[in-house]
Ligand binder design. Structure first.
Ligand SMILES: Cc1cc2nc3c(=O)[nH]c(=O)nc-3n(C[C@H](O)[C@H](O)[C@H](O)COP(=O)(O)OP(=O)(O)OC[C@H]3O[C@@H](n4cnc5c(N)ncnc54)[C@H](O)[C@@H]3O)c2cc1C
Length: 403
């Protein structure tokens, strides 16, 4: 008899786990709280680890990436205090990351779940949530509720995978309340797609206004309208969710009267799909308990600043499939091996996210100045190499400081 797994959450982590488990010979069933696919999302990096996991899951050929072609001088600009653009080192100037929309990864995973000619499609039940999870030696009994009809029913599985995001219901039911695991970063993010780029910038340009404690980003793609990220630091998270979102953001960004912030705030007024949330990292000493395992943001949310959330979810799902395949008779051994293999990578990403946060939104004026200095030096070195590579001549040695 094939083993059955209940995967809670049709996000990147949930679909990756389902594909990994199916490749290991299991029968996964995915439940999703939303009534339909959540195809939305904004700029996301896909790192080599994530690309490798996508290849392992067999979805790499359907993964659309959108890196703009590199041009002399780069594609990334930082606005100075007078609102003048200065070239800055872009994330995509360094080897490794690919620019994708979250929806690009979602679409590639969904295709595999529903169109994989080799294996059976994965069963997906929308508008369905877990209400109760009870473990015994033989399996996990889950009480499920269908939002449409209100019907409740019980089913037994060999494994439950909680891939239900930052505020995971599975984690709450099996491991304990959010407060035990969510660390506060005293920061907010607001992301959405723009219809048009900031006037006077090329569609492929990325522009940042990196001030102390508040920053605005517009990310350009090769073949898609840009997306934006407003991110700021605050000691009063609760206040950010009270009242009108647009008024709150206008008040936070008051005094930043540059073309980027103006354009982004004006565009927010009629943006149809906006992510607005506080920033938390999930810290857990163990990701599984018996036959219940957490994956993705539910287990280790790295924060937007890490840029590794999607890659880590793909890795986690692919690795889970491999672990159960290599330990077919013993789920404990499989989950131990899975966590032992993945934990050092996740710990490293969690550790470096705090440093990366300074690049997204500096914590003070001094941090903003240091950020500009370091990126300036790095840009000179890296852009010189890129120019040399594109002209076929080796880069000369670099001396001196940033302009
Ligand atoms: C619509 C959307 C847009 C996003 N956009 C961005 C972005 O632009 N940039 C970025 O860095 N990150 C974004 N993220 C987060 C990013 O996708 C994740 O950090 C990363 O991919 C890890 O994903 P995950 O699958 O662990 O969690 P998530 O992407 O949060 O997926 C969790 C899924 O579980 C479902 N779910 C939650 N609770 C239940 C429940 N009780 N029962 C059943 N299902 C449940 C949710 O509806 C969701 O589909 C977005 C997430 C979503 C859902």
């Amino acid at each position: 008899m094939q083993k059955r797994a209940l995967v809670v959450g049709l996000g990147i982590a949930g679909m990756s786990a389902a594909i990994g488990l199916r490749r290991a010979g299991w029968t996964p069933v995915i439940i999703e709280r939303a009534a339909e696919r959540r195809t939305g999302g904004y700029f996301i990096f896909l790192f080599p680890e994530g690309r490798q996991a996508a290849a392992d899951l067999g979805i790499a050929d359907h993964l659309h990436t959108r890196n703009p072609a590199w041009k002399k001088g780069g594609n990334t600009w930082a606005l100075d205090r007078r609102g003048n653009p200065k070239p800055e080192l872009g994330f995509l100037d360094q080897p490794g990351p690919a620019a994708v929309l979250r929806g690009d990864i979602e679409a590639a995973l969904w295709r595999s779940i529903t169109h994989d000619g080799v294996a059976d499609p994965v069963e997906v039940r929308f508008a369905t949530t877990p209400i109760e999870i009870v473990q015994s030696a033989d399996g996990v009994q889950v009480l499920l509720e269908s939002a449409g009809s209100g019907a409740q029913y019980r089913e037994t599985f060999d494994l439950v995978v909680g891939a239900d995001g930052l505020r995971s219901t599975v984690r709450r039911m099996v491991f304990g309340p959010d407060e035990d695991y969510l660390t506060d970063w005293n920061a907010m993010v607001c992301a959405f797609q723009l219809k048009e780029h900031v006037p006077s910038f090329a569609p492929t340009d990325t522009v940042v206004v990196p001030r102390a404690k508040r920053a605005a980003w517009v990310f350009g793609f090769a073949d898609h309208a840009p997306t934006t990220l407003l991110t700021y630091r605050t000691d009063d998270i609760q206040k950010q969710f009270s009242g009108s979102r647009i008024e709150q953001l206008r008040s936070v960004y008051s005094g930043m009267d540059d073309p980027v912030v103006r354009h982004v705030l004006d565009s927010l007024e009629d943006a149809p799909d906006v992510l607005f949330d506080s920033v938390h990292q999930v810290q857990m000493s163990r990701w599984s308990s018996g036959r219940v395992v957490l994956l993705g943001d539910a287990a280790w949310c790295l924060t937007t600043y890490s840029g590794m959330g999607a890659s880590a979810s793909l890795c986690g799902g692919a690795a889970l499939g491999k672990a159960v395949q290599e330990h077919p008779e013993d789920l404990d051994d499989a989950l131990n091996a899975w966590e032992t293999g993945l934990r050092p990578f996740i710990t490293e990403q969690q550790r470096t996210a705090k440093i990366k946060q300074q690049r997204f939104v500096p914590s003070s004026k001094a941090a903003a100045a240091l950020r500009a200095f370091i990126l300036g030096v790095a840009r000179r070195i890296i852009h010189r190499r890129l120019v040399a590579e594109s002209s076929g001549h080796p880069a000369p040695a670099v001396s001196g400081t940033a302009r």
